[in-house]
Design a protein around this ligand. Sequence first.
Ligand SMILES: [Zn+2]
Length: 405
Amino acid sequence: MRVTWAAQATGAGLTFRLDPEDEITGKATDEHPVKLAINSCSIGGVPGDAHPDLFAVAAWTVVAPWTRKRVTFDRAISPEVAEALHSGWGIEAGPIGAQARQAGKTLAISYSGGADSVAAATVYPEAPFVHFRRVPHTRVPNRWPHYRSDVLAKLAAETGRELSTVTSDLEFTLAEPRPGYPEHHAVAAGALLLADRLNLGGLGFGYEIGSRWLGGGRYLWRYTPDNPMWSPHGVWGRLFAAAGVHIVLPVGGVSEATTMRLALNSDLKDQVRWCLRGTDGPCRNCGKCLYKELIQAAVERRPLDTPVTADRPIARKYLRKPPYGGQEMIEYGLARVPGIENTLFADALDYFEATEESTSWLDHCYPRAIGEIPAQWRDQAAAFMSAQAGMMTEDEVRRVETWGS
Ligand SMILES: [Zn+2]
């Protein structure tokens, strides 16, 4: 893979050319198959003079799935970043010849506006936000016109936080399964290029306990201490650290029920938006809205309020046997939503014996998640979680560590 960055009027343009051994089909780190649509994209709202390692890592979040043996950047990288690419992916990276970037002092939040992201922001009230906003690609038709990135960007601007919005069409480099991030970490491409300007030493993501420790919910159902995407010692954690931007998960120890509670009780509650479809509010009709409604109803101890019926395709998966994505939250909801037996989730009740007691661990914080936050930001997260969620007991810790077994 050969990577070239070019300065553009409003940011930086990335072009990449495949080597003979590369392929246009590949897998993201979470094993999700992806197919390449086009070999160029751009990132707006970023400076043109970032450290070469930042350009390299930002490019890698886009080209990793299609690279087989080597990656050649257009500017020399540090031996540290080259080593992280080699030990993590078995990739020869070069040319080598830059001094490593030193980590800065600031922690920024990669801010989407969803409940998990808002909860991460509440842990660090002084942290600036970097918001990724999707824009159309000039050479790829937009098959996702319902995705209201303008609404999310407007809400981010209303939070009152120091905000950098980066615009990018990088999601259109994916042909299949749909436009999206080639790697989850591509959401950070703009933040990486801003890291020198913002003096970043860390970037906080809203990934919660399900994504970090319970297998991510999508394809796995097991305890994942060595999660390759989000653990500090995983391939991505080491690569980001080599570029002086540590991956930080402020809410990595708590469930989506807890992030929902924290977000809806925060001073950012009016800006929370997890649905990408609605303009004046969540659409209430998509799969994400249904899932989040179950969680919110459980947190608020009220009956389910949804127009979705059991015959809808988005509801059908709950008529089948588990595992489901976000299964820990389904159990939590089944145990707590009054009248759940009269809803589309009724059939799922047959598969679980969830009770409030058996799901109470999802109200507390898994201590190992605090332990892996870099030292300079750890105490603040520990104090916040102790006060707002409480730490798990040993029995509750065992629930996490035997998840799925
Ligand atoms: Zn929706």
